[in-house]
Design a protein around this ligand. Structure first.
Ligand SMILES: [Fe+2]
Length: 551
């Protein structure tokens, strides 16, 4: 059977599962250099994205839409405005049966719609190694506008049990509280805030958690929560929910500015405090669940926080911790397709590959860029000899927000200046780290723990003896957001890194996303040329040299 999952709100995407295998998941922001987090405003876009892989909506056995905290959205489709009724948000999250479809109809399209967290939970569990092994797992989903809810999946997604909220804070607590301190206190609202948490995460490494600040934060949040509970018609469970929760936090933020604690230490304290809350909340929950699984999936936008993910992994509460490369809303289309599959076929696992996004486009390239044949070993030599960054484009786009070597800028990591240069090229703040990509079998020598982490979702410490050798990828706190690669996952990167190691002794390169500022990944070589900030573009055996670079 064919299942199509659709998310039309921010991080819009379309995913298709056919006979238990993910065949495509195309994100709106990765079309034509659209802005990050783009919605699907025209349902015609769904048809265009499906058509790239030879599908049409009519081919689907089941179409499933993501639920949202507004009951419907008006979208343009086939020349007219249509009302797309969407599944529940909060009500579904609190439900004992999260994977519970609602049947709807728009024009001649019949579809199911699932609660928003159902998509998150399904995307995390169904893609996990636990699902493959039919093992049980707990799943935490924590989004910007909701609490961290814990679910218990014993192998059958349709029998998922809602355990409850770990603690009463919406995920936006991080950006609202930490964002009230410089340098983040002048921000604007809207989609920009979706990227704020990542910047705060990077900046927090510059500070030190302060016990006084963490105690003050704990006291202020508990007082605030108690006040909310008194006023809330929903009781403790939903007192701090959605926009009202964010408003409460915004009112609270000025009260946590403490004399004697610097803004950067406050930001570090807030980061550590929330990570501690996750670990403590999970520890408490584990005491209440009989025969609790020791596998954990993390999802929701907060699962992009590598420090919290690592804090949980290092806590020892679980034997295995899984975070999919699309824990934010970019994975929800895939998630609701999984929900539909589970309901219709009783299947709770999906075969998938992270490189299941759009194909590389074939727009006409700028003839001023000189093309030459270039094998991956030849590219490795060029990078070593010139020390220059290269836009590296190949195959289908990676899913989710991290560039994992198909829509990347790769560069030597042996000089600190490359870190500054990449941030400058990308128009990013100087404090932002640059991630390393490393051969999986070499990672333990360079990183601690250096265990396989193919999606840049955990923190690794750069071992002392390597910090001066790879300064471009070493964050100020001595950590790195590591991507490991092996032959099965990404043979192109393995061939390149293997050749680069033979030449330079380094099995590591810088890896950052290839995109216009605040836009999705480049969809084609022509876009990288228009951007023009890297002197070389490599794509599938051809290197293009920027005009002035060859003169
Ligand atoms: Fe979400």
């Amino acid at each position: 059977m064919k299942f199509c999952g659709i998310k039309i709100t921010h991080d819009g995407a379309v995913a298709v599962i056919e006979d238990g295998r993910l065949v495509m998941s195309s994100e709106s922001e990765k079309v034509a250099n659209r802005p990050r987090y783009s919605r699907i405003d025209e349902l015609g876009d769904v048809e265009v994205l499906l058509d790239e892989f030879g599908y049409a909506l009519d081919d689907m056995d089941v179409v499933a839409f993501d639920g949202w905290h507004e009951p419907y959205k008006i979208r343009r489709w086939r020349g007219i405005d249509v009302e797309v009724r969407l599944g529940p948000y909060v009500e579904g999250i609190r439900s004992k049966t999260l994977i519970n479809p609602v049947q709807e109809r728009t024009l001649d399209l019949e579809y199911l719609t699932f609660p928003h967290y159902a998509g998150h939970v399904a995307a995390a569990y169904c893609t996990s190694p636990f699902a493959v092994a039919s093992e049980p797992a707990l799943v935490v989903s924590w989004d910007g506008l909701m609490y961290p809810y814990l679910y218990d999946c014993r192998g059958d997604l349709t029998k998922l049990r809602t355990v409850g909220a770990l603690f009463p804070l919406v995920g936006n607590a991080y950006s609202v509280l930490a964002g009230s301190f410089p340098p983040f206190d002048q921000r604007t609202s809207g989609f920009e805030n979706l990227g704020l948490a990542g910047k705060i995460m990077a900046y927090a490494a510059l500070g030190t958690p302060h016990p006084t600040a963490m105690a003050a934060l704990d006291s202020a949040l508990k007082d605030c929560h108690a006040a909310c509970c008194r006023e809330s018609p929903f009781g403790t469970d939903d007192a701090f929910r959605l926009e009202s929760g964010v408003a409460q936090l915004e009112a609270l933020a000025p009260t946590i500015h403490l004399d004697g604690v610097s803004p950067v230490d406050m930001i570090a304290s807030i980061s550590r405090y929330l990570g501690d809350q996750l670990v403590e909340g999970l520890d408490r929950a584990l005491q209440t669940i009989p025969d609790a699984p020791r596998n954990l999936c993390l999802t929701g936008g907060t699962a992009l926080n590598i420090n919290w993910n690592s804090q949980i992994r290092e806590s020892g509460l679980f034997e295995n911790v899984w975070v999919p490369p699309f824990p934010n809303d970019s994975g929800v289309a895939l998630g609701v397709a999984c929900c539909a599959m589970a309901v219709a076929e009783g299947r709770s696992q999906v075969e998938w590959d992270v490189y299941s996004g759009q194909r590389l486009g074939t727009s006409a390239v700028d003839p001023a860029w000189k093309p030459s044949p270039c094998s991956l070993p030849e590219l490795a030599r060029l990078m070593d000899e010139t020390g220059e960054p290269v836009v590296f484009l190949t195959g289908r786009a990676e899913l989710g927000p991290r560039a994992l070597g198909h829509r990347s800028i790769l560069a030597p990591a042996t000089h600190r200046s490359m870190h500054d240069r990449l941030n400058e090229m990308k128009g990013r703040e100087a404090f932002r780290p640059v991630a390393p990509v490393c051969l999986e079998n070499a990672a333990p020598e360079i990183f601690d723990p250096g265990t396989p982490d193919p999606y840049m979702l955990f923190r690794h410490h750069v071992r002392d003896s390597w910090r001066d050798r790879l300064p471009a990828i070493c964050h100020v706190d001595g950590t790195a957001r590591l991507q490991t690669v092996n032959e099965a996952q990404c043979p192109e990167l393995v061939e390149l890194l293997t050749a680069y190691r033979e030449i330079s002794g380094m099995p590591v390169l810088c890896n950052t996303s290839a995109n216009f500022k605040n836009c999705g990944f480049f969809p084609d070589v022509a876009s990288a040329m228009t951007w023009g900030k890297a002197p070389y573009i490599w794509s599938d055996g051809t290197i293009y040299e920027r005009p002035e670079a060859s003169s």
